[in-house]
Design a protein. Structure first.
Length: 239
């Protein structure tokens, strides 16, 4: 019989192992339960099917953009609406967000932390070129991105479920909102929550407690865009 202070053998199912994607354009390194080594898995960034093998010490971390890297976007009239994507690990999600951002008239995206930035084939695959239409900028520190957004007149609005969040249907949008979204698995970090006063949650039913981050962005961005549209008649919604 083992005691509760660590005298017993560790549960092998809890051990994590770093594995690396073999795709030349990806090379993502991520952790999986060690018991899955040797099995077929899918890369969390590019979606490639691969055999789980330990990553060597020379394996490169997920590619990041250079600090301050940016894209100007298309010269079209857009809403005073922006977003900050913090530690979004899936490039496919990033691409989907770019596409929804273009459709919702978003003026700018800040990509922070491990969030991938263009040009990446995986982003283009889901963005379908929208990454060239929406202005973006990369910041390694999400708090710097938040401060930069504030300096440009935006008010951060965290998209996160919780008791302190207002429901999306009842939320009063500021004149220049900047949506803030966090990691697919861990959500918005406590540091970001402490730095932002406004929070909004998306009502849902079912078993799961949250939407996919790209889906959540699309819902919140469209709601914000429709609220801002009357004060910005130069932005026309089609359909």
């Amino acid at each position: 019989m083992s005691d509760e202070t660590g005298g017993g053998a560790a549960d092998p199912s809890l051990k994590l192992e770093r594995v690396g994607c073999p795709a030349p354009l990806c090379g993502a390194v991520f952790e999986i339960p060690a018991v899955r080594l040797g099995r077929n898995i899918y890369c969390i960034e590019c979606g490639r099917r691969m055999t789980a093998r330990p990553a060597g010490p020379a394996a490169r971390p997920p590619a990041r953009a250079a600090e301050g890297a940016s894209g100007p976007g298309a010269q079209v009239e857009r809403l005073p609406l922006a977003a900050i994507l913090d530690d979004i690990r899936s490039l496919w999600n990033v691409g989907s967000i770019f596409r929804s951002a273009d459709g919702c008239g978003v003026r700018k995206l800040w990509l922070a932390g491990i969030t991938g930035a263009p040009p990446r084939a995986e982003i283009t695959r889901t963005a379908l070129g929208a990454e060239e239409q929406v202005a973006w900028e990369y910041r390694s520190d999400v708090l710097e991105a938040i401060e930069q957004a504030r300096s440009e007149g935006y008010e951060p609005v965290v998209i996160e479920a919780g008791e302190t969040s207002s429901g999306l249907d009842d939320f009063s949008w500021p004149e220049r909102p900047c949506l803030v979204l966090g990691n697919e698995a861990t959500g918005v970090s406590p540091l970001v929550l402490d730095a932002c006063e406004r929070r909004v949650s998306i009502p849902m039913c079912g078993v799961k407690e949250s939407f996919n981050v790209a889906v959540a962005f699309g819902i919140a961005a469209h709601q914000a865009a429709r609220a801002l549209a009357p004060a910005n008649p130069g932005v026309v919604f089609r359909g």
